[in-house]
Design a binder for this molecule. Structure first.
Ligand SMILES: N[C@@H](CCC(=O)N[C@@H](CS)C(=O)NCC(=O)O)C(=O)O
Length: 82
């Protein structure tokens, strides 16, 4: 899981600009397609990320949260092995 996730759609100029910035700066990121035709950008799950219901959204997962998830994963893995 990368620190950043770009939510967007390939046909969106604003999404492209953010993706370009991330690539040019060598910043790793995950990409999540938002299906505008299906109205995914107006669904509650997306409005939590952007109350205007538009793409792009660049989401940052806090490093501490990632570290906690890694600790949980390691704990689960070692418990599974036992
Ligand atoms: N000011 C925004 C505009 C973004 C924007 O216009 N996004 C369009 C896609 S290119 C969108 O989400 N349209 C769906 C809608 O407004 O319902 C930005 O530049 O990031």
């Amino acid at each position: 899981m990368a620190r950043y996730t770009l939510h967007g759609i390939f046909a969106s100029g604003p999404t492209y600009k953010v993706a370009l910035m991330l690539r040019l700066t060598g910043t790793p990121f995950d990409y999540e397609h938002v299906d505008l035709r299906a109205g995914a950008h107006k669904a509650d799950a997306f409005l939590v990320k952007n109350r205007y219901g538009q793409v792009p959204v660049l989401e940052e997962v806090m490093v501490e949260v990632l570290r906690s998830l890694e600790r949980i994963r390691l704990t689960l893995t070692s418990e599974t092995v036992r």
